[in-house]
Design a protein. Structure first.
Length: 296
């Protein structure tokens, strides 16, 4: 099946309605574009687990707290379209803010959806309004596609919690969270990686090494959240790395602050800037949660 592309959400809405009426299941991958292998893993899974797979490509200004970050975000729709076709997607669509929110005028006039309790702390603290922007556009994207399943990467772990809350409130779709896709040195794949110089790219792999060191401490028997956080932070210290946060949380009871008491499903989460490029990553500390290998 040849890839169908729509430049507006109205065309995508009609296409999805026809496919659903024919009894076909739809797997959906929302993206900001600048696609890489991490996105394509999600697309291929959506294609494999549903009758049809589709994606959106939209750089959503509502979720960028820094206008400079929005302006420098990579954009190449034709390249994205080609990659999606190669991954087996049946449809891709984009649009403008005015088309997604007709009658709203400027971005500041668009009513934001409350992203819920999982938006508190970490990314929510560092990027005020970010998750409200995510929840607002994802709700609109879900309304356009009305997918059977929607696919998100674990790299944006806190976002997956927000989106799951949204899906529960809406009553659809099933949210599928896929393991973080990594480069050979462990660096999490991100559209922002292309903005890193060679030297900065080498420093960025230190994020993974710090996460791995914390997992190793857990495997050796360390269970104190404070001590695990100290190990994570100490492992991140390096010239040229501006750490925004390095924290331990518990998936079983995700809280804005460091969890108290016994950890059930521990996770290490980091964010920082290297040469002005903001990167995030995380890793479950439990055995067997993802194919984690020692850093190069």
């Amino acid at each position: 099946m040849a890839l169908v592309a729509f430049s507006d959400p109205a065309g995508a809405r009609a296409w999805c309605a026809r496919e659903r009426a024919a009894g076909r299941t739809i797997g959906f991958v929302p993206t900001l574009g600048a696609l890489h292998e991490g996105h394509l893993v999600l697309v291929r899974r959506a294609v494999g687990e549903n009758d049809l797979g589709c994606a959106s490509v939209f750089v959503n200004p509502l979720q960028f707290d820094d206008p400079r970050d929005f302006e420098r975000y990579p954009r190449d729709f034709e390249a994205d379209r080609s990659l999606l076709e190669g991954a087996g997607a049946a449809m891709v669509f984009s649009g403008t803010l005015a088309e997604f929110f007709p009658g709203s005028g400027a971005a500041r006039e668009i009513a934001r959806r409350d992203p819920g309790r999982h938006a508190l702390g970490l990314e929510g603290e560092r990027r005020p309004g970010h998750f409200a922007g995510v929840a607002t556009i994802v709700e609109r994207l879900f309304d356009v596609v009305r997918p059977t399943r929607a696919y998100f990467g674990e790299k944006d772990f806190q976002q997956t919690l927000v989106v799951r809350d949204l899906a529960r409130a809406l009553g659809f779709p099933e949210i599928v969270v896929c393991p973080t896709s990594r480069e050979s040195d462990g660096l999490a794949r991100s559209s922002r990686n292309v903005l890193l110089s060679r030297e900065a790219r080498s420093r960025a792999s230190g994020f993974y090494r710090a996460l791995f060191a914390t997992r190793e401490a857990w495997r050796r028997g360390e269970r104190d959240p404070l001590r695990l956080r100290e190990i994570l932070r100490a492992s991140l210290e390096a010239p040229g790395v501006e750490v925004e946060y390095a924290e331990i949380r518990d998936d079983a009871r995700f809280t804005p602050e460091l969890p108290e008491g016994r950890l059930i499903e521990p996770r290490a989460l980091v964010a920082g800037r290297i040469d002005g490029v903001r990167l995030i990553d995380n890793l479950s500390l439990l055995d067997g949660d993802d194919p984690c290998v020692p850093p190069v």
